[in-house]
Write a protein that binds this ligand. Sequence first.
Ligand SMILES: Cc1ncc(COP(=O)(O)O)c(C=O)c1O
Length: 285
Amino acid sequence: MLIYLNGKYLDYSQALLPVDERGLQFADGVYEVALVWGGQFVDLERHLERLERSAQAIELDLPFTRSEIRDVAEELLRREAVKQAALYLQVTRGVAPRDHRFPAVVQPTVIAYLKDAHMDREALQHGVKAITVPDLRWLRCDIKSVSLLPNVLARQQAANRGVREAIQVRSGVGVTEGSATNIWMVHQGSIVTAPASNWILSGIVRSVVLDLAKSEKLPVAERFASAEELLQMDEVFMTSTTSFVMPIIEIDGRKVGDGEPGPVTMRLQELYLQRLDQIAHATLG
Ligand SMILES: Cc1ncc(COP(=O)(O)O)c(C=O)c1O
């Protein structure tokens, strides 16, 4: 496995960082995950744009231009020659003696690599189960920060219960999002998803699915549903770069609708997967 680290392409075993790297000490950094499909990056520009917004929000000056980091991604893809993967890209504030304050002079640490991403076709067809958990995160969930402890704890709770995802419910707000996915609900043909706000990470797949719903003339309300509403929906699904458009068929041990993936979910999934294939083919020639 090849790791890009601060300008060098290294073997995994050679990619080492000092203990006082601020990503390790303070989770002081931001990241992105972008899909490679059919040997092509999917929506890389949108991911790089979001990375810039996340970095700006934590007052971190990215040590590269957009075209420079795109070149790194392309070079990794050229060297690894994979068709299907996820690009992991992380920028942390850098190495400095431990002190909460920003170091006066510091070089950010840039890490990029391609990791396996497989499509769980069985789950996409038949759906997965979820639980609800309280949303314990901070007030800036719109920043794609490497500080993921509440998300880790939520996903582990789901794993402990033998289900795929934990749907987070924010006290006084409503259903926000999954531990690493955006959550969508369908009631009598109308789609509900949490609005882009400080309470969620506005997913790249979310923005694509919103456009697809619009193109299908499906009504979408961007609002917070309550936990009670969630359990009464006809359909629920989740989206992310690596889970695509995934039906959720059971929540907290109760069937969603009739316990099968619903028609709106499956139509949006079909359109989303078609779009992936178009991207893979359009840029091949
Ligand atoms: C908390 C959270 N919400 C939503 C998403 C979905 O974002 P995207 O569609 O850009 O993958 C992710 C992706 O990892 C996430 O971590």
